[in-house]
Design a protein around this ligand. Structure first.
Ligand code: CTP
Ligand code: MG
Length: 231
């Protein structure tokens, strides 16, 4: 059973609104992308594909992959306008039996979760980590509060999202034959559910596996990284 991880680092970080793209912001002297590459390198993943903007390919190759000796990285490919375009570009290079698609913005990914994802994907073919929200969540009714949803029926979806490679490739091939821009695709599990009959298995995620999205998240990321097991 061979697995390939696609590490996504081609976003522009609009919500992070900093001069530097969030995947390259340095924490403890290393760019955020370094931490995902380190975790996947130490996991049972066989190969890694990094997806980044065309203009950042040289930087990623020289200043991250070569500098830190991430030898599992087989290719660095250019991303696209939307996250799903970047995934599709990565998928074209992916080989093996299982594919793990990961947001580099989730720098606190653990080796344990990656390995558990691989094991579960052998059984279920489509697996995503999820955690239960800690806050009360409502549906908004304009400027007033609408219905409160029982949080035990909700989950926050994380990455890596993991799939049988033939399954995810065929789902994306079908996606691109449709009017895909109108579908509101925000993750890979949605593509598999829309275009195949396979149900997506939810497994226990990790509250530390947050996505650095807005500036204050960097403070939390720093604290988690400092707390251990990641450095
Ligand atoms: N991503 C990507 N290609 C894109 C968009 C996103 O590879 N066209 C990656 C990001 O680099 C990130 C992950 O997908 O690691 C999750 O996306 P998100 O957190 O939304 O990052 P950005 O799109 O960069 O941020 P924003 O939506 O605020 O602009
Ligand atoms: Mg985005």
């Amino acid at each position: 059973m061979r697995s390939t991880a696609i590490i996504l680092a081609a976003g522009s970080g609009k919500r992070f609104s900093a001069k530097k793209k969030k995947q390259f912001v340095e924490l403890f002297d290393k760019p955020l992308l370094y931490y995902s590459l380190k975790a996947f390198s130490e996991s049972n993943t066989d190969d890694i594909i990094v997806v980044t903007s065309k203009d950042d390919i040289d930087f990623v190759r020289e200043d991250i992959v070569k500098k830190y000796g991430f030898s599992k990285v087989k290719s660095i490919v250019a991303g696209g306008d939307e996250r799903y375009d970047s995934v599709y570009n990565g998928l074209k290079e992916a080989t093996g039996d299982i594919c793990l698609i990961h947001d580099s913005a989730r720098a606190m990914i653990s080796v344990e979760l990656i390995n558990r994802c691989i094991e579960e994907t052998v059984k279920y073919r489509a697996v995503v980590p999820a955690v239960t929200p800690k806050d009360t969540i409502r549906v908004r009714d304009g400027e007033f509060g609408g219905e409160t949803i029982d949080r035990n029926t909700l989950c926050i979806i994380q990455t890596p999202q993991c799939f049988d490679i033939a399954l995810i490739k065929s789902a994306f091939e079908r996606l691109y034959k449709t009017d895909y821009k109108t579908l509101g695709i925000t993750d890979d599990a949605m593509v598999v559910e829309k275009f195949t009959d396979t149900k997506v298995r939810l497994i226990e995620g990790d509250y530390k596996n947050i996505k650095v999205t807005t500036p204050e998240d960097i403070v939390i990321a720093k604290a988690f990284l400092d707390a251990g097991n990641f450095l």
